[in-house]
Design a protein around this ligand. Structure first.
Ligand code: ADP
Length: 320
């Protein structure tokens, strides 16, 4: 193998640049040329490919987003789109590909593998919704971002004896709400994995008020409902003073945490090693602080397990 390519796909995450740098450095160390494919599968179809250089990756570790840009591509889901992508890969002499993205991007990678292109997936999504790996690149940074915001919101809620409801990302996976909730001493965490009615949640806030706890922080993962809807319900059914904040994209931007940088470096290295070892169609991940790999289809199928022990820990702490 002489030449490999790397692309970022789907939602961007802080730490993607560290993974690109690691893929580049490992590739160079192993005597490979490394090409960057810009704008994910969309750019692949359009032939937006160029050699990566030391200047490209220099001084980018601390930057969020992705120097390769990212995109979504409906074309890539069609036979004609895939064929075009493969012709670009062949035209540039790319013999192996590293794809950094979420499960959608991994599904795309499987299509390439099926057609004979050796591809390795690196998990990049802030939601931490991929079951085969304990952590995905960007999750830790998102949790840090959210935790810092909780304390700002808590300051002003406390000044007015109000309840602050904070909506965070996580469509099917409540990990950001859970981890940031514990980091930010939340009084209630509402996640898709643990259904709770608005009525029960509102009762909790009323109980808090009765025991003299006038300020509470409620975390809601977007997949469990809208902060505004909950606030409306509480206002209609109780006399609790309550305000909603939707954190939005500030969760996803900013400097990657040291944890995400190290994780990205480790995953990037293993991805290139796998390509060189001729082990195509695999996803790299981390389990019990050990980097390992599984077939891409398994990586997509393994169900993400919710850490109910962590959830219960927060429930216990919120009670006393
Ligand atoms: P993520 O990788 O963050 O989950 P998406 O689900 O948006 O993000 O997927 C990113 C891209 O991967 C899509 O825009 C599409 O080009 C490609 N992709 C997703 N699912 C498939 C599929 N089943 N077949 C081929 N390509 C896919």
């Amino acid at each position: 193998m002489k030449r490999i390519g790397v692309l970022t796909s789907g939602g961007d995450t802080p730490g993607m640049n560290c993974a690109i740098r690691s893929v580049f450095k490992t590739g160079v160390a192993m005597g490979l040329q490394v090409m960057g494919i810009y704008h994910g599968y969309k750019g692949l179809i359009e032939g937006r490919v160029d050699y990566l250089t030391h200047e490209d990756v220099e001084n980018k570790m601390h930057k969020g987003g992705t120097i390769l840009r990212t995109a979504r591509s409906e074309d890539f889901k069609t036979e004609a789109g895939i064929k075009k992508a493969i012709s670009v890969i062949k035209a540039y002499g790319i013999e192996g590909l590293v794809v950094i993205g979420g499960d959608g991007s991994f599904r795309g990678s499987m299509e390439l593998v099926k057609r004979g292109i050796p591809t390795i997936g690196i998990p990049g999504t802030i939601d931490n919704d991929m079951g085969y790996t304990d952590f995905t690149i960007g999750f830790d940074t998102a949790v840090n971002n959210v935790t810092n915001e909780i304390y700002k919101i808590r300051d002003t809620m406390r000044a007015h004896d109000r309840v602050g409801v904070i909506e965070v990302m996580g469509r099917n996976c409540g990990d950001i709400a859970l981890w940031a909730g514990i980091g930010g001493a939340a009084d209630l965490i509402i996640v898709p994995e643990v259904p709770i009615s608005w009525e029960d949640a509102a009762n909790r806030l009323e109980q808090n008020k009765l025991r003299g706890k006038l300020t509470s922080i409620v975390m809601i993962a977007e997949g469990a409902g809208k902060a505004e809807d909950f606030v409306k319900y509480v206002r209609e059914h109780t006399d609790v003073e309550i305000k909603a904040t939707v954190l939005g994209y500030i969760q996803r931007g900013g400097n990657p945490s040291a944890f995400d940088r190290v994780l990205a470096a480790r995953l990037g290295e293993r991805a290139v090693e796998l390509l060189v070892e001729g082990k195509a169609g695999r996803a790299v991940g981390i389990r019990h602080n050990t980097i390992y790999d599984v077939p891409l289809d398994e990586a997509i199928e393994i169900k993400d397990e919710f850490d109910s022990k962590l959830y219960e820990l927060n429930e216990m702490m919120a009670k006393f």
